[in-house]
Write a protein that binds this ligand. Structure first.
Ligand code: 0X9
Ligand code: ZN
Length: 319
């Protein structure tokens, strides 16, 4: 198991992913066929009792598309741990196949870890212009092919919500898109982990309207929120569940959760994990809610695992 008392480097996380695939070859398949802009492998695990052959429903969870949202990554490695190393819910592997993608944007994570804690985007360079060098990267969660660059996104390379030159210009978001496209027939639950704000969001994020599936989305959403709120320390607010745009208070286009739902995944959610503003004082670079104090990592992982368990079971009942 990885330690959950601190944020780990990409190398340590990748070693863990490799080791799990090595130690549990009967149930774990490592996929690392695509690369980030800077050439790092994009690693995800397929976890299945029968190598994905028996057409079970698929649960997909990713994290780390936004570089500074560090707390998202351990929640997915912890899910791997609970599915493979420390199994307390065996029904989850009997009844489902899993795709777990802990670091969608490894270039951004390394840059945030080593250089600029508040980095959000990928690290791609679009051309040889001065602006490109000064303002690298694309917002991965504005780069999906759903209503691309129509609302809550920017053409300006320097913007933190730069949508990119075209849908799926980034290999990081494109890899997620390809997983969705490949498995859409069987994928029943898609969760993308973000921070911060203690929210569970569902489509549509671009205009606040509800999908045909809104009742199921809300039901499964509140089931997951309930599971986390029940466990939560009084220190953190309860989760709020609702439509992405109305709940977070701004519209977005080209987001992963909307793309997955638009392609046909019935239950798609964005989690905004806990984070407190001004945890210390403003002079501290860690005072923003993105740097959740490491003492809470384990607690958040235990909570999100409870949400994934109930989410998977409810998804299995419904679809
Ligand atoms: O803006 C985002 O991409 C997400 N918030 S964050 O602070 N983690 O950057 C929220 C996306 C909400 N919209 C959709 N899920 N469609
Ligand atoms: Zn985010």
């Amino acid at each position: 198991s990885l330690p959950y008392d601190n944020y780990q480097t990409l190398d340590v996380i990748y070693e863990y992913i490799d080791k799990i695939a090595e130690d549990y070859p009967e149930i774990v398949t490592l996929v690392s066929s695509s690369k980030s802009f800077q050439g790092r492998p994009l690693k995800y695990l397929k976890i299945s009792k029968d190598k994905f052959v028996s057409n079970k429903p698929i649960i997909y969870i990713d994290a780390g598309i936004h570089a500074r949202e560090w707390i998202t990554i351990p929640t997915v490695t912890y899910a791997i741990h609970k599915l493979v190393e420390n199994v307390t819910e065996p029904d989850l592997l009997d009844n489902f196949d899993w795709i777990l993608f802990p670091v969608v944007n490894p270039d951004g994570y390394v840059f945030s870890y080593e250089r600029d804690r508040m980095w959000r985007k990928t690290r791609s360079l679009k051309d040889w212009s001065i602006t490109s060098f000064l303002c690298r990267g694309v917002d991965g969660n504005r780069n999906f092919n759903f209503e691309w660059n129509t609302v809550g996104a920017d053409d300006d390379k320097c913007s933190p919500i730069y949508a990119g030159t075209k849908p799926f210009s980034e290999s990081e978001s494109r890899t997620v898109g390809e997983i969705i496209d490949e498995h859409v027939d069987r994928m029943v639950l898609f969760i993308t982990m973000h921070s911060f704000g203690s929210m569970i969001l569902y489509p549509w994020g671009n205009n606040g309207s509800l999908s045909h599936n809104a009742f199921s989305l809300h039901t499964v959403g509140i089931n997951m929120a309930d599971a986390m709120n029940r466990l939560s320390l009084p220190h953190f607010p309860n989760y709020v569940v609702g439509n992405s745009m109305l709940t977070i208070g701004y519209g977005t286009s080209g987001a992963a959760e909307d793309y997955a739902h638009y392609r046909g995944v019935p239950l798609t959610f964005t989690f905004e994990l806990p984070g407190l503003e001004n945890e210390d004082d403003e002079s501290n670079e860690f005072s923003e809610g993105f740097h959740l104090d490491p003492i809470y990592i384990n607690q958040v992982c235990v909570e999100t695992w409870a949400a994934f368990v109930i989410g998977a079971r409810r998804a299995g009942d419904l679809f």
